[in-house]
Design a binder for this molecule. Structure first.
Ligand SMILES: NC(=O)c1ccc[n+]([C@@H]2O[C@H](COP(=O)([O-])OP(=O)(O)OC[C@H]3O[C@@H](n4cnc5c(N)ncnc54)[C@H](OP(=O)(O)O)[C@@H]3O)[C@@H](O)[C@H]2O)c1
Length: 254
């Protein structure tokens, strides 16, 4: 029996966990940070909450005799990925990562690339604009530094406390989001700039395609640096790496 710990919080982590959980030779645990108040049911054994930094994660790997660590966290969750690489190294546990590829600009896109949320605030400029913030609720607080804009803020959980800006509208929604609906949203709210992470994947691409179609600028926050870990870009490719790790005899019934 091989013990696998998946660091999750993404659709891909859930899909990968579903694939691996059916193997009779795998004992699987999926780990969530616990940020979302009502996370999507994962359907596999799950633990919730931080480990206490890289040292805490290394201790968890040792105590639970983990044979393989899979980092399938969101590409912007740079802290846990750095911790995972350090902990795996410290505990002598193999690690592989699943990071979906970022979006590439297409013809007609009007992207302004910035390095972080603070730079995104600056990139909006001083004149008042109508801004769609499709960011996590942790990041939107930085936009209090530019209270002259109108904000449309969409999040899975309520943004609490509300932003200390005079003009903000809040939307609660969980993706996936269709391009046609995103176009309607941008139009209805007269949005003239979208602030987004380069998350990659289909589920949240609708707003990027919608912005392109409507000629709207996107302030795109570049991806953070991720550790140098062997990685795959798709669930299938990562599952193949796991099969390789487990060995051919274990492939039966998968
Ligand atoms: N950042 C995003 O844009 C984004 C988008 C969608 C989903 N997510 C998911 O949301 C979670 C939190 O993202 P974040 O950007 O706040 O992460 P982060 O800044 O990289 O991590 C902050 C701390 O949260 C804990 N943590 C993060 N992921 C964890 C996991 N899967 N299991 C257990 N503990 C975890 C760790 O605490 P300790 O140091 O105490 O271990 C970590 O040091 C991640 O799991 C990520 O996959 C993030």
């Amino acid at each position: 029996m091989k013990r696998i710990l998946i660091l999750g919080g993404t659709t891909e982590a859930r899909q990968l966990a579903g694939k691996l959980a059916v193997r009779p030779d795998v004992s699987l645990t999926l780990s969530l940070a616990g940020r979302t108040e009502s996370p999507v049911a994962q359907g596999v054994p799950t633990r919730v909450g931080g480990f206490g930094g890289a040292d805490g994660l290394a201790a968890y790997l040792r105590q639970n005799q983990i044979d393989l660590l899979i980092d399938a966290t969101h590409p912007y969750a740079a802290q846990i990925s750095a911790n995972a690489a350090e902990a795996a190294h410290g505990a002598g546990v193999p690690i592989i990562a699943l990071w979906r590829p970022g979006w590439e600009p297409a013809e007609g896109d009007r992207w302004t690339l910035v390095d972080g949320v603070t730079d995104a605030v600056t990139a909006l400029g001083s004149a008042p604009r109508r801004v769609f913030l499709a960011l996590g609720r942790q990041e939107v607080a930085a936009f209090e530094a530019a209270p002259q804009h109108h904000y449309l803020i969409r999040s899975v959980d309520p943004v609490e406390p509300r932003l200390a800006v005079p003009d903000a509208t809040y939307l609660l929604a969980r993706g996936p989001f269709r391009e046609a609906d995103e176009q309607a949203l941008l139009r209805d709210h007269h949005i003239d700039v979208v602030v987004s992470k380069n998350s990659g994947g289909e589920a949240t691409y609708g707003k990027i395609a919608a912005a392109r179609a409507l000629g709207i600028e996107v302030v795109m926050i570049r991806r953070p640096a991720l550790p140098d870990v062997t990685s795959a870009e798709t669930v299938e490719a990562l599952a193949a790496m796991v099969n390789h790790f487990l060995g051919p005899a274990a492939d039966r019934g998968v």
